[in-house]
Design a protein around this ligand. Structure first.
Ligand code: ZN
Length: 294
């Protein structure tokens, strides 16, 4: 690679050969410049290499003209690439990227290669101290454990998602509130359900963004399999509830919506998962009207 001074000397030598009309020398000097010069606009201008090479394209000697034309084309291309790169760099840094919905986490994309059943932030060697609050850091760790469980996603990817989820919950439930802690625990529990593998995958892929994840109902968080089982359980409990009223309790506090009499028998059953309220099945002993509430 030549520096500017060397290029200038070569250009002078080439001009000398042109003056002396020595085609063999001119051709070899053009070749040298073609090979050795790393063209920038500044070098080509200050050394006059650009102007000289441009003129040589019209040389009476066809070989010289063709060689010079090739060099000019090569230099032009290099300078255009240089300009494009500068432009790219200049616009990339100050302009912030538009927020796209949950892009794939950047960083190490290396798949996790250990036993995915045993993954935890402690086992993965992850430092969850990200917020300055031990409560929040623990929540990041908990979500990490949920997302990493049975996953082969990289440590960096899982950690980034865990941080996103914790931040979204922190924002949605107004800081370190009871609701915030309950939500994090509930999300963790749902992520750990074996039949619910799609949930964690959805969060990792960006299909379920953090802001949506923290607002999903327990019904939405459940796997299709669990929803089916719960529907069956509910149907069974409905049947059980249709037992003769002798087995049911009477309540003075319940009023029949139809006849307005306070002669209501009721029974309670768990129709959904254990963490949801009981359903109360009612029957009016006066008009046989039946209903349920929870
Ligand atoms: Zn009634």
């Amino acid at each position: 690679m030549m520096d500017a001074r060397e290029v200038a000397n070569r250009v002078k030598a080439l001009q000398g050969s042109i003056t002396k009309s020595e085609p063999a020398d001119i051709l070899s000097q053009i070749e040298t410049l073609k090979k050795e010069v790393v063209p920038t606009e500044e070098i080509l201008r200050t050394t006059k290499a650009g102007i000289l090479m441009g003129k040589l394209r019209q040389n009476a000697n066809k070989d010289i003209a063709r060689a010079a034309t090739e060099v000019v084309a090569k230099w032009k291309k290099s300078i255009e690439q240089e300009k494009a790169m500068k432009k790219g760099k200049a616009s990339a840094s100050p302009v912030p990227k538009p927020a796209s919905p949950a892009p794939k986490p950047a960083g190490t994309k290396k798949k996790f290669e250990g036993d995915p059943e045993k993954r935890k932030f402690t086992a993965d060697g992850v430092d969850v101290k990200r917020t300055g609050s031990s409560v929040r850091d623990n929540c990041i760790g908990l979500i990490y454990n949920g997302l990493a469980y049975r996953s082969t996603e990289s440590v960096d990817s899982v950690l980034q998602r865990a941080i996103e989820v914790e931040h979204a919950a922190f924002k949605a439930f107004n800081g370190e509130t009871k609701e915030y802690k309950e939500k994090i625990r509930s999300l963790f529990q749902n992520l750990k359900v074996k039949s619910n593998a799609d949930l964690g995958k959805g969060v990792m892929s960006g299909e379920i963004i953090a802001e949506k994840f923290v607002h999903m109902s327990s019904q939405e968080l459940m796997s299709a399999e669990m929803r089916k089982q719960n529907a069956l359980l509910e149907a069974e409990n409905m049947k059980k509830a249709q037992v003769p009223m002798a087995e049911k309790s009477m309540s003075e506090s319940l009023e029949c919506g139809k006849c307005k009499k306070r002669m209501v028998a009721y029974t309670q059953a768990q129709t959904r998962s254990a963490d949801e309220p009981m359903t109360t099945f009612c029957e009016c002993m006066n008009c046989r009207h039946r209903w349920k509430f929870s």
